[in-house]
Design a protein around this ligand. Structure first.
Ligand code: FAD
Length: 447
């Protein structure tokens, strides 16, 4: 079917988290008829704290009942609120809210709820509707069937199929745990869990805990459990990590990665150190999961590579009628998601064009070849750590938008540097006001 400039389509958005809400707003601004499917009973996605944990604490049993969010109760944001808002809708302090620059998670949920209300998005959302199938039924007319189910009683579901002309997938990427691999993992007798199922610290009182990972969750959880645990040992991958006691704690140590685990509870690290532990917490990140997409093998998820996707958003042969928003990580999420959502909405309207299918396919293949040349593993396909700057600039140029000054200095990489510089107290030590003033001054130029 020929796409006409400015034409409005029936578009389905899957997910009512940050990405789904922004995508819905942008599509609505373009005049499309938008329906958002959200399996929870509120908006917010990740930011909708849920005290429940999954029946399998490691999160590998495919039959477990899935809890979407990975938030722990005490979580404070790890980026300043100044960079968590949207270009025309900043994440401001509100009366009765949490005024901190790095507020608690409840403040983000409130921000997203306000955003949804202020842009009239609530009316577009089908709450408690889980999408179980998205399938292309007619390539020529790009008709997609979206099958959703909703619970009518404790054990009964009602299913419904609807037809849409375009589908935007915004189902999140931080729910399906990725687990560390080491010999003896399956015979080790203690409790193993993933940080996805960590909520509060009490259960670790007087326990010897090994935490795997060095990301924001590992740093937070370590700080939270160290005061009541007997000992905490952090296992970190990479040549630079060797046995040392961690500053600010007299019962916490850093090690290299776990080499092997034994039946008697012993854990041997690559640096040769040995610990008998009660618990291992895998703070090892997530893998993307999209069980409802039936694309006849056109779009696959392989080792966390969703592909082929032109610029992480459009599968060349299905563009612009299928798109993904929010797949990237190690990038500042709000601006990445917002620019992707604006791009999708304008491309669906025909106001912005895409290269030919062959050119998009070539671009994706060239990107994969470049990854190979640089030795980047496949699972880093959507990791923007090393090219966030170029990527955001590229999408912004397509949209004819100038990214704000602050952005150039708070790419994910610069945030990691701040974390290293200030240590685990970075949220309160970093003078954001002064920093923002400097960033936004007309004389400021990026290095
Ligand atoms: P999500 O928020 O996960 O939303 C996806 C939505 O899709 C959910 O509402 C889900 O219910 C719905 N859904 C999924 N499958 C279906 C289906 N089949 N049918 C219907 N609905 C479905 N970012 C920051 O900017 N600052 C931070 O400080 C920060 N801290 C974080 C801390 C943790 C522990 C984690 C995990 C992430 C953090 N992030 C942070 C990243 C955060 O995830 C993103 O900023 C953003 O919230 C992602 O939004 P999303 O819409 O892509 O995904």
């Amino acid at each position: 079917m020929v796409q006409k400039m400015g034409q409005c389509y029936k578009v389905s958005v899957i997910g009512g988290g940050t990405a789904g809400l922004v995508a819905a707003r942008e599509l609505q601004r373009e005049g499309h008829h938008v329906t958002v499917f959200e399996k929870a009973n509120r908006v917010g996605g990740t930011w909708l704290y849920d005290p429940r944990v999954e029946t399998d604490p490691l999160g590998i049993d495919p039959n477990r009942e899935i809890v979407h969010t990975s938030l722990y109760k005490s979580l404070r944001v790890n980026l300043p609120r100044q960079v968590m808002g949207f270009l025309d809708y900043p994440f401001l302090k509100k009366d009765g809210g949490d005024p901190r620059h790095f507020p608690g998670h409840q403040e983000v949920l409130r921000f997203l709820e306000d955003f949804a209300r202020d842009f009239g998005l609530m009316e577009l959302i089908r709450f408690e509707h889980e999408v179980v199938r998205v399938e292309l039924v007619d390539e020529a007319s790009h008709e997609w069937v979206v099958e959703s189910r909703t619970r009518t009683t404790e054990s009964k579901w009602e299913s419904k199929e609807e037809i849409f002309e375009a589908v935007v997938i915004c189902n999140g990427k931080s729910t399906e745990p990725k687990i560390a691999e080491f010999s003896g993992r399956d015979i080790w007798p203690g409790l193993q869990m993933h940080s996805h199922n960590y909520r509060t610290s009490e259960q670790f009182e007087n326990k010897t805990v090994v935490l795997i990972g060095n990301g924001p969750s590992a740093v937070d959880i370590l700080r939270e459990i160290a005061p009541l645990a007997k000992q905490v040992h952090q296992a970190v991958r990479g040549p630079n990590f060797k046995l040392k006691r961690l500053e600010k704690h007299d019962n916490a140590w850093q090690h290299s990665m776990i080499e092997c685990a034994h039946k008697d509870g012993k854990l041997v690290f690559q640096d040769g150190s040995i610990v008998y532990a009660d618990v291992i917490i895998h703070c090892t990140g997530y893998k993307y999961h999209c069980p409802f997409l039936k694309s006849n093998g056109i779009v696959t998820v392989d080792d966390n590579r969703v592909g082929p996707l032109y610029k992480h958003v459009f599968p060349p042969s299905l563009a612009p009628w299928l798109s993904f928003v929010g797949l990237n990580y190690k990038a500042v999420p709000a601006i990445t998601i917002e620019l992707q959502a604006k791009w999708v909405a304008k491309v669906v309207s025909g106001k912005l064009g895409l290269p030919t299918q062959a050119a998009m396919t070539y671009s994706v293949e060239e990107f994969y070849r470049e990854m190979e040349r640089k030795g980047w593993p496949k699972h880093h396909t959507h990791n923007l750590l090393y090219n966030e700057f170029e990527y955001i600039e590229w999408v912004a140029r397509e949209l004819d938008i100038r990214p704000p000054n602050w952005w150039k200095n708070i790419t994910y990489e610069s945030h990691v540097k701040m974390l290293r510089y200030y240590g685990s107290e970075y949220r309160d030590a970093w003078d954001i006001d002064e920093w923002m003033l400097e960033m936004n001054s007309p004389n400021f130029s990026t290095p």
